[in-house]
Design a binder for this molecule. Structure first.
Ligand SMILES: [Zn+2]
Length: 219
């Protein structure tokens, strides 16, 4: 039995990788997808993490993802927390991104005879429909499509879908996830910026979980 983990090198997908490593006894491949992110620090982190776990890292490419703050370096990154952003669609939303990533992963999983795909969407991303492609409704629909569309060979696992980010940190600590190797920041600087929405949510998650944050922040 083998699992393919959608792994960006960020905190959530790396905890998801740690869970898959346990569930599948280490028979796991990290899958990074380059869709024109504004920087490749995360995917570089993913490679280092895959080496740390002694597992393979595969890469796929999506060339024509719609433009958004995450893919267009000319757009400014907001220096606020997610809670301060307007409700509804997040400014860092990429249209149907996770649908595209999961479709890529499903095709690969079926062709290469994987049994499962792991995907690290969580409940804070789904809150207020900030990212509709992280909601339980979306995940359930994609899980059905993947299972039916692969002759019932591939299952979608989203073990963090009901978790807040602080719970994800606790789960990661239990699984001895190498948090210091993960990269979350939207800005692609030398260190995590400390002020973008995802840095703020990373800081808050460690604080709420009651664990020291191993990340070095510029601010
Ligand atoms: Zn940042």
């Amino acid at each position: 039995m083998r699992a393919l983990v959608l792994h960006s090198g960020g905190l959530d997908s790396t905890v998801c990788l740690g869970i898959a490593m346990k569930d599948f006894n280490g028979c796991v491949t990290s899958l990074g997808i380059n869709y024109g992110q504004r920087h490749l620090k995360e995917l570089h982190a993913a490679r280092i993490i895959a080496e740390w776990y002694h597992i393979d890292q595969d890469m796929m490419q999506i060339d024509d993802m719609p433009k958004s703050m995450l893919t267009d370096p000319t757009q400014d990154i907001p220096e606020v927390s997610y809670a301060e952003l307007p409700h509804g669609i997040s400014p860092t939303f990429v249209p149907f991104r996770n649908g595209q990533l999961l479709s890529k992963a499903a095709a690969k999983a079926q062709a290469e005879k994987y049994d499962a795909i792991y995907f690290g969407a969580h409940s804070e991303d789904a809150q207020n429909w900030a990212y509709p492609d992280c909601t339980p409704e979306f995940i359930g629909a994609m899980a059905n499509a993947i299972h039916v569309g692969t002759y019932h060979k591939v299952r979608l696992h989203a073990p963090l879908m009901w978790c807040m980010k602080s719970t994800i940190v606790r789960i990661g600590m239990k699984h001895q996830v190498p948090f210091a190797l993960t990269w979350s920041c939207y800005a692609g600087g030398e260190l995590h910026c400390g002020i973008c929405p995802t840095c703020r949510s990373r800081k808050a998650a460690f604080k709420d979980a009651g664990f020291g944050d191993p990340t070095e922040y510029a601010e």
